[in-house]
Design a protein around this ligand. Structure first.
Ligand code: ADP
Length: 658
């Protein structure tokens, strides 16, 4: 590091009464050109010292210095070399200063002529925002511009010393300059500098123009930033119909766009106690709070946003009374998340709260949230709200579509199957009745056969319609349930007696029961419980020959549930069909080859009923001719407990889940 000092500092130290001013680069260019033009126009042999920060700036003005050098004998040009600028004596003296010389940050032009002087000594200020960084003419310098002789001479002396530091061989020439222009002599009376007030005014206009330009540029840049961010969020949203994907993209874009330490988006509703942080953007080094539960109900700021339907912005959490007095939630939250400045914006759709966007500033000094930034986050929150609703509607629509398609398939199947199931017995009945009507000579025996076949098929049709209506009612949830404490033994006995009376003398397999006499009561609607038992028992008897055995057993699965099993050693079911048998109209033999009767709806009805009390039903079989076992569960009656039957809404939900 060089120990060379700043020329600006030296001049200011020499004239403590001088206040440095701020100049835009564009103003300095105008001033420098005016000073150079004066030298060119005046025709006096002047001492001119110009110091450029870098060679490239000098190059832009080189042609002017060529002309000045041809007019004046004492011209010195200083610059930090970049390519071919070096210490040399040509039309004027070139001085290449080192890159660690403070001159690299400064801009000087000193003119000392017999009848006038002027001096410009400035140092560049580091730019404070991105707008200044991209707008070269907005670069700012701090220093003095004056026509005063004493200041100009002092500046000339300081610069000449610096020139000798780099080019000691010029000492004779420099000495000549000092004597010719009386640089070391006290200035007793400052000569009139008429141009000063005029130039000052001109300079003010120039500066004002530059300010306006910069303001306009800033507004433009802010608008562009807003549009860019909005565009990127909209594009991101358009790319997905998945709410989680939308939030993930938005949190990234927002976090990056605002350059905050942390950005959160979480979904919540007004009455939520807390929300899980699922979407987060963090800058490097900032603690992640993804997966944490964010307090809502006891969070006064959340409540405030909800109540006002407006964002809350806190520039400095330390100066915010709401936070500092809330030692329960806010203060611990601020400490654990290292919050310095905080912005909370609600995601609303038609007044309904869908979630929150939070921007956290976690390091260094507090920042103040600009109204235009808050407005931008609000606009984005609105977009996110619409996107979320759209995505959700789309998802619902898809779900609905699937349900509709499934319903349509079911309806078509049902129409086809029901049509077929009804037409078959109807045709038989028709043939029998036509034969009876058209063939009076038919034997009595045949007449009996015809009649009993027609009656049998009429009964099958009645049964089919009955089962079909029952299933429809169960599926639509339009059934009044009367759950009550029941003795399972009694229900089983009732279903066995029903099956025996229906058998009308036909041989049935042996039916045995296997359960404790001290079984607890169950909680169910008796009518429907007997329906399930009868249907299972009916099947077991149907698919087991007269020598077989059907067993009804009951066991306590746990303190709340009994498991009922209706097992047989009959036809059995192939393992891959164990689930299929519960589907509507499933029959292993198919309608035409059916030898055992039945409607194919029995097990579907059983499943609906069992599900209604929250139970399960399933089939087990080792395969063909290995017998089958049908199990279902039923809740044990609990004294002093509310009824366990699922409400109508739940029943519908269970139905639709199938
Ligand atoms: P169905 O009125 O035809 O009995 P279900 O819905 O009750 O209608 O039964 C559907 C099908 O499941 C039956 O047709 C049969 O193929 C099979 N199934 C039901 N119970 C048994 C059982 N105990 N043994 C063997 N197969 C059975």
């Amino acid at each position: 590091m060089s120990n060379l000092s700043s020329v600006v500092t030296e001049v200011l130290q020499s004239f403590p009464e001088k206040r440095p001013q701020l100049y835009f680069k564009s103003s300095l260019i105008a001033l420098s050109h005016a000073m150079e033009d004066q030298v060119l126009a005046a025709g006096e042999d002047a001492l001119v010292i110009a110091s450029f920060q870098r060679e490239k700036f000098y190059k832009q003005e080189a042609h002017r210095y060529l002309k000045i050098g041809q007019k004046c004998s004492q011209v010195y040009v200083l610059a930090a070399p970049e390519s071919d600028f070096d210490n040399s004596s040509e039309v004027y003296e070139k001085v290449a200063f080192s890159l660690d010389d403070p001159l690299t940050q400064e801009w000087h032009l000193v003119v000392i002529a017999p009848n006038y002087t002027s001096c410009l000594v400035c140092r560049e200020k580091t730019c404070i925002d991105a707008v200044e960084a991209v707008m070269d003419n907005s670069r700012r310098f701090e220093g003095i511009w004056t026509c005063e002789q004493k200041v100009s001479k002092k500046a000339a002396m300081i610069l000449l010393q610096r020139i000798l530091h780099y080019r000691p061989e010029l000492s004779e020439k420099v000495k000549r300059a000092i004597t010719t222009y009386c640089l070391q002599e006290e200035v007793e009376t400052e000569r009139e500098t008429n141009s000063d007030p005029f130039v000052q005014r001109l300079l003010t206009y120039l500066q004002a123009g530059q300010y306006k330009l910069m303001k306009a540029y800033r507004q433009l840049a802010a608008k562009e930033k807003k549009e860019r961010l909005l565009n990127s969020v909209t594009t991101a949203i358009r790319h997905s119909m998945d709410p989680d994907e939308i939030l993930r993209l938005c949190v990234e874009k927002l976090g990056e766009g605002f350059g905050v330490c942390r950005c959160l988006i979480y979904r919540c509703q007004e009455e939520d106690t807390e929300a899980e942080i699922q979407h987060e953007f963090i800058r490097e080094g900032v603690t992640s709070i993804k997966g944490y539960l964010w307090p809502l109900r006891d969070n006064p700021l959340f409540r405030e946003v909800v109540a006002q339907r407006e964002s809350v912005s806190i520039d400095d959490v330390k100066a915010d009374a709401r936070i500092q007095t809330d030692t329960k939630v806010l203060l611990p939250l601020v400490n654990s998340c290292c919050l310095v400045s905080w912005l909370i914006v609600p995601i609303l759709y038609q007044g309904k709260l869908l979630g929150m966007i939070e921007l956290h500033h976690c390091r260094g000094n507090p920042i103040s949230w600009k109204p235009e930034d808050i407005a931008l986050v609000n606009t984005i929150a609105t977009q996110v709200g619409v996107a979320l609703i759209q995505a959700e509607s789309y998802a619902h629509l898809e779900e609905l579509n699937e349900q509709l398609e499934a319903l349509d398939r079911t309806r078509s199947n049902l129409v086809a199957i029901t049509g077929h199931e009804l037409r078959t017995p109807l045709s038989t009945i028709q043939v029998c009745l036509e034969s009876l009507a058209n063939e009076p000579d038919m034997s009595e025996e045949l007449k009996q056969v015809m009649l009993s076949t027609a009656l049998h098929d009429a009964e099958r049709m009645r049964q089919l319609i009955q089962d079909f209506l029952t299933l429809s009612q169960l599926e639509s949830g339009n059934i009044q349930w009367h759950p009550e404490p029941l003795s399972l033994q009694e229900c089983i006995a009732l279903s066995i007696s029903q099956i025996r009376s229906r058998a009308k003398g036909n041989s049935l397999p042996q039916i045995i029961t296997d359960f404790d006499s001290s079984l607890p009561l169950v909680q169910a609607d008796g009518e429907w419980l007997v329906e399930v038992l009868s249907k299972l028992l009916d099947n077991a008897c149907k698919f087991t020959n007269g020598n077989g055995v059907v067993t009804i057993s009951v066991r306590e699965r746990d303190s709340q549930t009994l498991e009922v099993t209706v097992a047989d050693n009959g036809r059995g079911i192939e393992p891959e069909l164990l689930d299929k048998v519960f589907e509507r109209f499933y029959q292993e033999e198919g309608a035409l080859r059916r030898s055992k009767g039945g409607t194919g709806l029995g097990l579907a009805i059983c499943r609906q009923i069992v599900n209604t009390w929250g139970g399960e039903i399933w089939a087990e079989s080792k395969g063909k001719n290995q017998g089958s076992a049908f199990h279902f569960t039923i809740p044990i009656y609990q004294e002093n407990s509310p009824l366990k039957i699922a409400n109508k809404k739940n029943r519908k939900k269970q139905n639709s889940n199938r």
